[in-house]
Design a protein around this ligand. Structure first.
Ligand SMILES: Nc1nc2c(c(=O)[nH]1)N[C@H]1C(S)=C(S)[C@@H](COP(=O)(O)OP(=O)(O)OC[C@H]3O[C@@H](n4cnc5c(=O)[nH]c(N)nc54)[C@H](O)[C@@H]3O)O[C@H]1N2
Ligand SMILES: Nc1nc2c(c(=O)[nH]1)N[C@H]1C(S)=C(S)[C@@H](COP(=O)(O)OP(=O)(O)OC[C@H]3O[C@@H](n4cnc5c(=O)[nH]c(N)nc54)[C@H](O)[C@@H]3O)O[C@H]1N2
Ligand code: SF4
Ligand SMILES: [Mo]
Length: 669
């Protein structure tokens, strides 16, 4: 009996990018563990991955092992096993028979490893399919906003530069769920003051030095009140502003009006706390972690622009211990030429891209949607207007293909289901969107049953469709080798597999050090003519989303510590932890309505209603209701999750999700 140890990397949509060690015994996976040599995870996986990778992900009863064809009405969940040849022939025949732009492809970050995440787009680009714009379900508003200000949204800070910092604002992120190792190690070891800005007292907020609790959607006003204090107290850096920004004088007239008392009235954060945090930030060196939640608001793009004014006027960017981080791109911070992966040059038409927010309308319209191919995504759990979307996907003539590891709610609605190999079953590359590292995803077992990696599935489909372009058939190793060469690390994939994860540089990288920004002016654009040309205000505005009236509440449904989006919610042990969906309220909010802990309530929004049990906890502020994302609708007693309440209104920029602007009313059921 021999046990082999294989180093690999977690490719989930998670800031951490943990190193993994797989114990293999006689060719089969015995255990999936944390890699003790990995700088971020230090030997432990998060609890959800420790369970799911040793549970559902290697469980033959959960995994899809063969292609399946629907044999009952759509959505009935009745399928029969078919061969890959039958499946590919049918898909090629159906996709080839309709106008290519009526084939919609939806994909996101079910896996973030570069091949399984990006290579299938070569097929869809060549076909000329309409892409459902991936980031519109997550963070497109933030991308657009930061591009106006900095010319990029994907050059943040190297987390290791924290060693030189005196203050960090964790703004609209909840690392205790979404970046568990940043919560466990990086923030506790932060040398300066940790400020968390979140309406909810998350575990990260509870452990912070300072917790500010603005009303949801009021963060632009908070940023402007801080700007006012920075200006009043001489904490702005005039030399920096003159050298590296445009438009400050226009902003100054707005800042003038945004006193700390005004800030308190707008946000609910005590003026004294705003003053204290502004002083800490302005003294620096200071960092800002811009969470994803902060831009999932009706005015989310404006909020990002407003917060980005803080480094712009103080110069807290481009030096050790400073910076503003939303995401770190593998191209911008690790030199990988990512555009080559998706093969955009193979496209011959200009198929429109559509927003996830328009999915119900587009899928209901046979002139726009004849076929739907979903991979790396579970729209029936993750998208807004859940019940309407599920009904729409039952359209008998909408030919639907779902590629997944599991029989998700979306797969249930397919005509053909294809089994995907898991990250433990093929080689790939992983690059965290926070840490500036490159990780090997190493094959530790043969694919389960007849499952195949995404990239191989779409190679085979391209062949069935008779496409000739050699890029469609490029092998995995060639792509991996080219990307690894781009990094300049000077190691090959075999060496990377031996080491697991490698940092892009030995010392912290100072991003934006050269102070050249990819904006039209080449400077940080406080005032943006490009934004104005797009119909946006020229300057960020000190606006807030009005608090709901008449006893209505803001529904927040952010990341759960026990699921990864909807992934893992089918794992038996994790299901035990998730329990049934509940609605959490502040005890006074419940008392004011004569509602008790555990009582069942009717929760209603413009998009729909749900009957949920109440849980009372003062970690949730007054005015807010909390129900984390992540359940599989069909595994809950109510056949739905929070997204049955979420509507498809778009953000001010980027046609993106406004999930955290959802307004609900509650009443005893
Ligand atoms: N209410 C509410 N809804 C939200 C959010 C919220 O905050 N609140 N957040 C939104 C955000 S930020 C996002 S990013 C979206 C995410 O939503 P989705 O992109 O739908 O994410 P998942 O639900 O994890 O679905 C990913 C699927 O990919 C599958 N998968 C994993 N690995 C592979 C693979 O190698 N190949 C294939 N083919 N499939 C694989 C998984 O099994 C899973 O079913 O949800 C959004 N929905
Ligand atoms: N365990 C786990 N980890 C995940 C995911 C998961 O589903 N589960 N999803 C992954 C994905 S796809 C993403 S995009 C990231 C998202 O992870 P994060 O960037 O952490 O974002 P969210 O989970 O949406 O919300 C974070 C916090 O923002 C707060 N918030 C909501 N509205 C506001 C507001 O108006 N102002 C302020 N200041 N705060 C607000 C919420 O209360 C919440 O505590 O996490 C990734 N990691
Ligand atoms: S999901 Fe995140 S925390 Fe969990 S193992 Fe993967 S990278 Fe680490
Ligand atoms: Mo996301």
């Amino acid at each position: 009996m021999t046990i082999e140890l294989i180093k690999t990397t977690c490719p989930r949509d998670c800031y951490d990018g943990c190193g993994i060690v797989v114990e293999r015994e006689n060719g089969a996976i015995r255990r999936v563990l944390g890699d003790k040599d990995h700088a971020v995870s230090r030997g432990s996986l998060c609890a959800k991955c420790a369970w799911a990778y040793n549970g559902a992900w290697i469980d033959p009863n959960e995994r899809l092992g063969t292609p399946l064809r629907r044999c009952g009405p759509k959505g009935s969940g009745r399928f029969e096993a078919i061969t890959w040849d039958e499946a590919l022939d049918e898909i090629a025949g159906r996709l080839g028979a309709v106008a290519p732009e009526t084939v919609l492809t939806g994909h996101y970050t079910g896996t973030c490893s570069v091949l399984a995440n990006g290579f299938p787009m070569r097929f869809f680009n060549r076909l000329g399919a309409t892409e459902i714009e991936p980031d519109t379900i997550c963070n497109m508003a933030g991308h657009v906003a930061l591009e106006y200000v900095l010319g990029t949204a994907v050059t943040g800070f190297d987390p290791r530069t924290a060693r030189d910092s005196q203050c960090i604002l964790v703004w609209g992120a909840n690392p205790s769920a979404s970046a568990p190792h940043a919560h466990k190690h990086w923030l506790p070891e932060f040398p300066g003051t940790v400020v968390v800005i979140d309406p909810i007292r998350t575990p990260t907020a509870a452990e912070a030095d300072i917790h500010l609790q603005p009303r949801p959607g009021s963060d632009a006003a908070l940023a402007f009140a801080m700007l006012h204090i920075l200006r009043d107290e001489g904490l702005i850096d005039r030399a920096f502003i003159d050298a590296h920004t445009v438009g400050y004088d226009e902003l100054a007239t707005i800042i003038e009006l945004c006193t700390p008392d005004w800030g308190e009235a707008q946000t609910g954060v005590p003026a004294a706390d705003i003053v204290r945090v502004a002083r800490l930030y302005g003294t620096g060196p200071s960092m800002i972690w811009l969470g994803q939640a902060l831009q999932r608001q009706k005015l989310g793009g404006n909020i990002f622009r407003a917060v980005a004014m803080l480094p712009a006027v103080t110069g807290q960017i481009g030096r050790p211990g400073t910076g503003l981080c939303f995401l770190n791109g593998k191209g911008t911070t690790r030199n990988m030429k990512m555009a080559r992966v998706g093969g955009g040059h193979l496209r011959r038409n200009e198929a429109p891209s559509v927003s996830h927010m328009d999915l119900v309308e587009v899928l209901s319209d046979p002139a726009r949607a004849q076929a739907l191919v979903l991979w790396n995504i579970n729209v029936a759990a993750s998208n807004p207007r859940q019940r309407e979307l599920i009904e729409t996907m039952k359209r008998e003539d909408l030919f639907t293909v779902v590629v997944d590891l599991f029989m998700t709610d979306s797969a249930n609605l397919a005509d053909i289901v294809l089994p995907a190999a898991s990250f433990l079953e093929f080689d790939d590359l992983v690059g965290s969107y926070f840490h500036l590292s490159v990780g090997a995803q190493a094959k530790a077992a043969e694919p389960f049953g007849e499952a195949l990696p995404n990239q191989e599935i779409f190679r085979r489909l391209a062949r069935r469709m008779g496409f000739a372009e050699p890029e469609l058939y490029e092998d995995d190793r060639a792509v991996i080798d080219a990307l690894l060469a781009d990094t300049g690390l000077g190691i090959d994939f075999d060496e990377l597999k031996r080491r697991g994860t490698v940092d892009i540089a030995a010392e912290p990288v100072i991003l934006h050090e050269d102070m050249s920004f990819a904006t039209p002016s080449g400077k940080i654009e406080i005032a943006s003519a490009a934004a104005e040309a797009d119909g946006q205000p020229r300057l960020p505005q000190p606006s807030v989303e009005p608090a709901p009236e008449g006893g209505a509440l803001k529904l927040l449904s952010p990341a759960s510590p026990w699921a990864m989006n909807s992934s893992y919610a089918n794992d038996a042990r994790i299901r035990g932890r998730l329990g049934e969906p509940t609605l959490m309220l502040h005890p006074e909010e419940a008392a004011g309505r004569q509602l008790r802990d555990g009582q069942t309530v009717r929760v209603t929004s413009r998009a729909g209603s749900l009957t949920l049990p109440l849980a009372l906890d003062d970690m949730v502020p007054r005015g807010v209701a909390y129900c984390p994302k992540g359940q599989w609708p069909k595994l809950t007693g109510i056949g739905a999750n929070a997204n049955a309440l979420v509507g498809s209104e778009k953000t001010d920029m980027g046609e993106s999700t406004t999930v955290h602007s959802t307004v609900v009313t509650i009443a005893a059921a």
